[in-house]
Design a protein around this ligand. Sequence first.
Ligand SMILES: [Zn+2]
Length: 408
Amino acid sequence: MVRLDEGRLLGALDALAGIGAIDGGGCARLALSDEDKAGRDLVVDWMKALGLAVQVDAIGNVIGLRAGRETVAPVMTGSHIDTVRTGGRYDGNYGVLAGLEVVRALNAAGITTRRPIAVAFFTNEEGARFQPDMMGSLVYAGGLGLNEAYAAADKDGRSVGDELRRIGYLGAARPGAVRPHAFVELHIEQGPILDEEKVQVGVVESVQGISWTEYTVTGVSNHAGTTPMRLRRDAGYLAASVNLFARRLAWEMGGNQVATVGALSLRPNLINVVPNRAVFTVDLRNTDEEKLKQAEAAVAAHIAEVSREERVEVESKVLARFEPVIFDAALVDRVEHHARALSLSTRRMPSGAGHDAQMMQRLCPTAMIFVPSVAGLSHNVKEHTDAADLAAGAQVLLNLMVELAEAS
Ligand SMILES: [Zn+2]
């Protein structure tokens, strides 16, 4: 068996985490920012040093290709290196850097696999600056046009197209031009299950569907002391009621339904003024598409009812909508096999978060490997995975990649 070098993996994670480092050990490398550019440049340098042929596509996805004995479709791994503003050092970065360590291990062992091996990082997975999230892999899989992606703008009005050009990652390759034989993404769980159950490897069978909607509510501002309750047209009241409703709805639906009002702003946002405007978001997720639709309909009905009672106007805008994804059953079995062959404990599970792998499943058989997140913390500077778990997951990835790259 080819052995993965744990020390090198940890060193690479440390070095990348030094770019855009923030207090507490985390990272802020928002997509297409100067920090993202610096992170990209470092990883591209590493790819070149490993002898990979690097190509950048028109949405800024970067693919490093290691030639195989035959010129056939490569086995691909990868993830993302952009982060949220209060990101940890493992989310996404771990999968990309473990991919590079797979290549390093094969180089050191002098092995050329039958199929080429590709290591990719995709643009704007997080969606923290530009929506939709998973943008690069979505474009790669043909689910979003380039012009639509280019037009997406951040809150300061800067567009994806302009920012790609500014940081020098508007590449020439056509997204999706390298069509993989299979895709495997290694990622931290970002949830508490593996840590709680003391399981070493999560065998990911599916990804929850995601529904993101932004609502803008218009009411009437008035004096908080003199306006009788029956005459109020309070935009903030609607926002608050949706937050409560979403929480109750998720409890009542049970299963893995989750619901979050994560962003909320009021205007004028003053203690003694009835708000005339509220902007808030609703994030709904479920592994079952029918249930996700039920949840969407329930929230919409609640908003219609309360907005009528409160006499406020509501506009909605869908920010992202992805159906649940079921990964390739045979490939999922191989993840489990390789983890068990290394005497690691495993558990089958859905992914609660969205991942680039869910887009790649549109193109080729795809699976994911999860490792534990201590206390389930992610999108948090305290995000942590023990070194032994990081090494174990990367070794599973290496063994699976070698098998896939040798198979016919
Ligand atoms: Zn991620």
